[in-house]
Design a protein around this ligand. Structure first.
Ligand code: AMP
Length: 453
């Protein structure tokens, strides 16, 4: 059953949340709850279990965090040593860190202690924090299990358990860890599960974890996709680096997130841009946590203009004011494309996403267009545009060496991605159907390049 949108809940004051929480929300400048918040918050306040299909960028963190803070804030008390009252599991360190930050933000007027634990950093401060006690613990599964096995975290007092980005947990091979953790939870708990897609395994997991859950769903793909001005540039693989160097001459590209498929690719692009005098850093699973955090902070506060990332590292990155996303390489998974371009156009802003597509990636583009149910307009009037790649049907895999027959045109448009040619085959006809499409079945076989926690 999909919970009907509750129209009267169009203001935060319509929810039965403590005044101190409403005040913190107002401090953040939120005026209207997002659809996932409207659909989730009342049921969560009632204490129901919930299964939410929503992606990062929809406001899902506040959707589960506000009712949680509201519940625990009624009787904050002193936290018990090693025994949190709420547990939030997230697949990546970045997401765990961001959830923790959000809890501190929304809970700033409450006397609750929140802590976060993840791998890749020293365990000692986390042991110390747990011995002092926290009310809410945010964790990645691997490190939490380590702490549990060493007796530093006990879960029997957990009243609220939240599993975020369950499908990504699956992709990253964390489901066995999650199940081990769940075994330690009391059955008298409220459980909340969010997932961007609903593959069979996740559906099965939801069946075992949740009791009579309210089900809510929002369609972020359509919203995100519609807000982002998308362009694809057909370019030979060997010319991508030169192309990105040229594109970066455009001053309209103020804060750009660049995606590659591999960690080494990310490093190579970052080095290339640095050698052109562009402040750039890379963020991926091979980097130490503090290096990743430093890069993210520098990107957030504008010290660096470009951040090159892999999909896993960028998952959940929440940086305002990203003017452009550049797909240096297209992802082979359409959902990742949607996640990537959603890093721009945050919180109602507009954004531009430019994708480089070489011959080998033509098939990926085809899948993406099928998923988003639109054709991505082609940046034809560009010196790097390859007619041969543009004309390739995208059904066969061909070696990149066979690329030839590039045609150059109208170099004036070169630096201005906002002045692309008319879309070549842009038909937005199906925009009513332009909704998030779960293709979770395909995703389950895909393995990312590294474990994040
Ligand atoms: P999330 O999907 O939880 O990652 O949230 C995406 C972004 O939306 C974050 O930057 C939040 O701060 C922001 N946000 C969450 N709820 C609201 C709201 N009701 N109004 C405006 N921004 C919001």
């Amino acid at each position: 059953m999909i919970e009907k949108e509750k129209d009267h809940m169009t203001e935060f004051s319509g929810f039965e949340l403590a005044p101190s929480i409403l005040r913190a929300v107002a401090d953040e400048g939120y005026t209207t709850p997002t659809p996932i918040q409207i659909k989730s918050i009342p049921s969560l306040i009632e204490g129901r279990d919930l299964l939410g299909v929503a992606q990062t960028g929809t406001g899902k963190t506040a959707a589960f965090a506000l009712p949680l803070l509201n519940r625990l804030g009624k009787e904050p008390g002193k936290p018990d040593h090693r025994r949190p009252r709420a547990l939030i599991l997230a697949p990546t360190r970045e997401l765990a860190g961001q959830i923790h930050d959000s809890l501190r933000t929304y809970g700033r007027y409450l006397g609750l202690r929140c802590g976060v634990v993840f791998g890749g950093v020293s365990i000692r401060p986390q042991i110390k924090m747990m011995s002092q006690g926290v009310h809410i613990l945010v964790a990645t599964p691997g490190r939490l299990l380590d702490l549990m096995n060493q007796g530093h975290v006990m879960l029997e007092n957990v009243e609220v358990f939240i599993l975020d980005e369950a499908d990504r947990m699956l992709d990253m091979g964390f489901i066995p860890d999650v199940k081990r953790i769940v075994k330690n939870l009391s059955s008298r708990r409220q459980t909340v599960m969010f997932s961007a897609t609903m593959p069979k395994t996740i559906e099965g997991l939801a069946g075992t974890l949740l009791q009579d859950p309210v089900q809510v769903e929002v369609a972020p793909t359509a919203t995100t996709v519609e807000k982002v001005e998308q362009r694809v540039l057909f370019v030979e693989k060997g010319k991508k680096r030169a192309l990105i160097g040229e594109l970066m001459n455009d001053e309209a590209i103020k804060r750009v997130l660049i995606f590659t498929r591999t960690k080494h690719g990310a490093d190579r692009v970052a080095k290339h841009l640095q050698s052109h005098g562009i402040e750039t850093d890379a963020i991926h699973g091979n980097k130490a946590q503090n290096a990743r955090q430093r890069a993210l902070d520098a990107f957030r506060n504008g010290e660096i203009r470009a951040l090159v990332a892999t999909d896993i590292a960028a998952r959940g990155i929440d940086v305002d004011g990203v003017t452009h996303v550049i797909n240096f390489e297209l992802p082979n998974d359409p959902e990742s494309y949607v996640h990537r371009i959603g890093r721009t156009a945050r919180a109602g802003a507009a954004g531009i996403a430019i994708s480089f597509c070489d011959l080998e990636e033509r098939a990926y583009l085809k899948d993406i267009e099928k998923t988003i149910r639109q054709s991505v307009p082609v940046f034809e009037d560009h010196p790097y545009h390859s007619v041969e790649i543009a004309n390739d049907p995208g059904t066969t895999k061909r070696s990149p060496q066979k690329q030839r027959g590039q045609r150059y045109r109208n170099p004036e448009n070169f630096h201005d991605p906002r002045r692309p040619s008319k879309p070549s085959h842009a038909s937005h006809a199906n925009s009513a159907n332009n909704q998030r499409k779960s293709n979770g079945g395909q995703r389950s076989s895909r393995r990312p390049s590294g474990r994040a926690a």
